[in-house]
Design a protein around this ligand. Sequence first.
Ligand code: ACO
Length: 431
Amino acid sequence: MADSTKTATLSFGDTTIELPMYSPSAGPDVIDISKLYAQGGVFTHDPGFTSTSSCESTITFIDGGKGELLHRGYPIDQLAEKSHFLEVCYLLLYGELPTAAQLEDFEFRVTRHTMVHEQMGNFFRGFRRDAHPMAVMVGVVGAMSAFYHDSTDVNDPWQREVAAIRLIAKMPTIAAWAFKYTIGQPMVYPRNDLDYASNFLRMCFAVPAEDYEVDPILARAMDRIFTLHADHEQNASTSTVRLASSSGANPFACIAAGIACLWGPAHGGANQACLEMLREIGTVDRIPEFIARAKDKNDPFRLMGFGHRVYKNFDPRAKVMKKSADEVLELLGVENNPTLQVAKELEAQALADPYFAEKKLFPNVDFYSGIILEAMGFPTSMFTPIFAVSRTVGWVSQWKEMISDPTMKIGRPRQLYTGSTARDYVDVEDR
Ligand code: ACO
């Protein structure tokens, strides 16, 4: 725990309480209110956790004002440019960049765990063909606890390690199989001679009837998408994983909970929602109509892919993703794709509009990732599963950090109750 160097004084009624304060290595100071109820008999109220730190962590830091995202201190743009996904996984899990030998060993371990238990194929076949791949992933990842009993004891550090590697290794296979199942094609097994991203692309797009060569530029773009989504400190799905695992639940069940949370359109589902919105807009001349709707208080419509809870200047991942989108679209010769034209013009018009500037609304990572994924041939329903593949390492790293923290307690928020006070039951005939 960081040392308490100063205190904050809280006064209400006749009570005055000194609360310890901590100075983090980066970011605003934190007031420790954990003893507030015991000392003052009051709760704090912060729906949506906009001002509340839920844990101590050394993994990821975001400065939303500066548009900075650091993994173990390394800026995301440097990692996206110079590193690759499995190296970033190692960094997030173990805290330091690996040596060449450590990286080789880690890649070997992940690669040897990419196959899933053969009987898990039956789970996929139990779903309707038109099931959303996220629905399939929630079910299948949760079912892993029924297959890998030797890595469900969260109190055993070795089992935690094995569970972490299994989750990172098998998630691309599960996502690819969920995709193959919905399009009625045979599932493609992983190949150990391919890197993580190439293997995923092959499992998604290869068919037994012909050879499939992974384009290295597309593999690099896929790897970059994985890297840019790898972790994002205490976001909704990560907090879900932490809360679920605070009860001691097994890791596969907790990651399934994270996948369920990620699916929502305000979180990981935004990439799918963004592309659907761009298609609905359809042509550049309709953009003003949609911008007007986004600004209208009486219309629930929002520009998907715009805005972020933490980034209030720019999303550093969006910058890298935009560059990657340009490269991929040029490679595939689809620069004139109508969806892309709408996206570019929408971005320009929104950024020039005072409403978006005043509310500090900028394109987020999801604004561009969907465009790349569509150009690669993924249907929109696969966008969020790909996000889940990437974020698994973040969930797992945060989960491991939490379980090994000796101060960890079961998560149990309090509430501001505004319902009825105690009243007597009334028999049905008297109501
Ligand atoms: N379009 C139009 N107006 C918006 C948008 C948007 N995309 N986002 C926020 N606003 C407006 C709100 O109406 C609100 O206006 P008000 O102050 O007049 O009431 C103001 O900006 C602040 O919005 P909040 O919802 O309070 O901000 P919050 O931090 O809670 O929300 C969020 C962040 C959920 C990301 C929001 O910007 C949003 O819904 N964006 C669209 C969905 C999206 O792209 N999500 C992806 C997030 S990134 C990720 O998960 C990887």
